[in-house]
Every structure is written in structure tokens, then in C-alpha cells.
Design a protein. Structure first.
Length: 147
């Protein structure tokens, strides 16, 4: 189990590597979560990013829907309880990221992000260049528990 930041969802749409990792490890039973607002952020920023890259936004809706089938959106009812704690942990940084930290606290799992603001919040943080260490370990644990 891991919570994805909006920037990971964006990377899954824009590139191959992140999407491939999500596909591969979801197929091995790893569960990916994100607060519902992370998909909203991705929908907000992706058209601009695609335009900057000279790419059409034609497939954007389909790509996000595909990811919604793999990445489980978490409703505010679950993570709102942790808002105060999450904001405190992010104080002096981007407090708008509180739903990501709150979701990680609610689910007691780490965050996958490229945002350095999450470091030092007391929640385990993984970046794309190291995430496979975590995902392989989780997949192995699932294999052992299924034996």
C-alpha cells in the first residue's frame, strides 16, 4: 500500500516509466491510493503541461480514467480526521499538500512523490528513482503471505 501524490499521477500520464511501475505492481497486488483531490490537481495541470510539450490532450480523459481504475481515490471522510496533524507536519511548507499526508496517516503507509516538502513530516517518502525498492519488498511480502 502506498499513497500517490498528484505529481506521480501526472507523471503516469506524461511518461511511460511511472505508468509501467503502477501497472506492473498493481498486477502483483500492490494497492495504490490517493486523496480524491489529487486527481483534481492532475486534471487541472495536465492540459497546460501537455500544451507546453506540444502534445494533444485528446487522450487525457481516457488516461485519467484508466488510472482511476488502478489508483484508489480516498474520500475526505477518511482523511479529514487527520487534517490538523497533517497541516502541522507541513507547517512552513506547502500546506495545500495536507490531504496527501493525511491520507498516508489514515492508511498508515508511505507516500510516493517528487515533492521535497514531504521529507521530514514523519511519513515515509519514496521518490520514483527509489520506489521500486519499496514496491518489490511489498510484492514479496504479499507473495509470502499467500503461500
Amino acid at each position: 500500500m502506498i499513497v500517490l501524490d498528484a505529481n506521480i499521477i501526472i507523471r503516469a500520464v506524461l511518461g511511460r516509466h511511472v505508468r509501467q511501475l503502477i501497472d506492473t505492481y498493481a498486477g502483483q497486488g500492490i494497492r495504490f491510493f490517493t486523496p480524491d483531490v489529487a486527481f483534481d490537481d492532475a486534471e487541472k495541470y495536465l492540459p497546460l503541461l501537455l500544451k507546453k510539450r506540444g502534445k494533444p490532450a485528446d487522450d487525457l480523459s481516457a488516461s485519467l480514467q484508466y488510472l482511476r481504475n488502478i489508483i484508489e481515490p480516498v474520500s475526505p471522510e477518511l482523511y479529514n480526521v487527520f487534517e490538523s496533524d497533517a497541516r502541522q507536519r507541513l507547517r512552513g511548507r506547502d500546506e495545500n499538500d495536507w490531504p496527501i499526508v493525511a491520507t498516508a496517516l489514515a492508511l498508515a503507509c508511505p507516500v510516493w512523490t517528487e515533492d521535497a516538502d514531504f521529507f521530514g513530516t514523519g511519513v515515509a517518502v519514496w521518490t520514483t528513482n527509489r520506489i521500486e525498492i519499496f514496491l518489490k519488498q511489498q510484492a514479496k511480502s504479499l507473495d509470502l503471505s499467500n503461500e
